[in-house]
Design a binder for this molecule. Structure first.
Ligand code: TYD
Length: 232
C-alpha cells in the first residue's frame, strides 16, 4: 500500500490543557491549520461537548443556573461525556491513523474536579482509565498563566459574546478555585514530564505556536510518520 506525505501510522493524540482564558483554543486552531497544511489528516475536537451527548452535558455543566450541581455529579457528567467522546470520535479517528487534537481531556478532570474541587485523584484517574480504555495522549500542552489575568480574559470574552448566563458557571468560581486548578496543572506537569509540555501562556501567540509546532513535529517525525511516497 502507498501512503502519501504526512501519513501518521497508528494515530497520534495531542491534548491542550489549562485554566480558562489561557489561550489554548487559539493554539488548537493554529496547530490544526499547520498540520493540515503539511498534509496530515486531522480531527480537532473538544471536551466537554463533542460526543453525541456533549451539547446536553455541556449545557448542564456550564450554565450559571446549574450552581447546585454537586462536585461528584459534575465529575460523573464529565466522565460520561469523555466515554462517548472517545468511543464516537477519538478512537475511530486514531484507528484511521489520523492526528487527533483535543481541546481538554482527562487532565481537566484531574485539575478541576481533583485539585480544584478536592475529589480523590486516584479515583478520578481510575474513572478516566475506564472511560477511555486507558487511552493516554501522546503529548499534552499545558498553557500556564496567572489565574487572575486568565480569568479576567475569559470573563470579558463571555460578556462580549453575551455567553455569561449560558457558559459562565466555572468563570464564576472564586479566584482560589482557579489558583488550585492552576497549581494542579503544574503538579501534573511535574509528575508526567515525558508526556506534558508546560508552556508559558503569556508568550506571544506566534511564538507559542512555533514552540508547539517544534515539539509536535519532532515527536511525530520520530514516531510513526512516513514522508514522501513510501511503500508499506
Ligand atoms: P469551555 O467553555 O469549553 O471553556 P474552555 O475554553 O476554558 O475550555 O468550558 C469548559 C469548562 O469545563 C472549563 O471551565 C473547564 C471545565 N471542565 C472541567 O471542570 N473538567 C473537565 O474534565 C473538563 C473537560 C472541563
Amino acid at each position: 500500500m502507498f501512503r502519501g506525505k504526512g501519513t501518521v501510522l497508528s494515530g497520534f493524540l495531542i491534548t491542550f490543557e489549562g485554566i480558562e482564558g489561557c489561550g489554548k483554543s487559539t493554539q488548537v486552531r493554529l496547530l490544526e491549520t499547520r498540520l493540515r497544511g503539511e498534509g496530515y489528516r486531522i480531527v480537532a475536537t473538544r471536551e466537554p461537548g463533542d460526543g453525541s451527548l456533549g451539547e446536553g452535558i455541556r449545557d448542564i455543566l456550564l450554565r450559571r443556573s446549574s450552581s447546585a450541581i454537586a462536585a461528584m455529579t459534575e465529575l460523573f457528567l464529565l466522565v460520561a461525556d469523555r466515554t462517548q467522546h472517545v468511543r464516537e470520535i477519538i478512537r475511530p479517528a486514531l484507528d484511521e491513523n489520523c492526528i487527533v487534537i483535543s481541546d481538554r481531556f482527562g487532565d481537566s478532570s484531574m485539575a478541576y474536579q481533583g485539585y480544584g474541587r478536592g475529589i480523590d485523584l486516584d479515583f478520578i484517574e481510575l474513572l478516566n482509565n475506564r472511560a477511555t480504555d486507558n487511552l493516554v495522549p501522546d503529548i499534552t500542552f499545558v498553557l500556564d498563566m496567572d489565574a487572575v489575568t486568565s480569568l479576567n480574559r475569559s470573563q470579558s470574552r463571555l460578556m462580549q459574546q453575551n455567553l455569561f448566563e449560558k457558559e459562565g458557571r466555572f468563570e464564576e468560581e472564586n479566584i482560589l478555585f482557579h489558583q488550585k486548578v492552576r497549581a494542579g496543572y503544574l503538579d501534573l506537569a511535574r509528575k508526567h514530564t515525558d508526556r506534558i509540555v508546560l508552556m508559558d501562556g503569556t508568550l506571544e501567540i506566534a511564538v507559542a505556536a512555533q514552540r508547539i509546532w517544534n515539539e509536535v513535529h519532532e515527536r511525530i517525525s520520530g514516531h510513526h510518520v512516513l514522508s514522501g511516497e513510501t511503500e508499506i
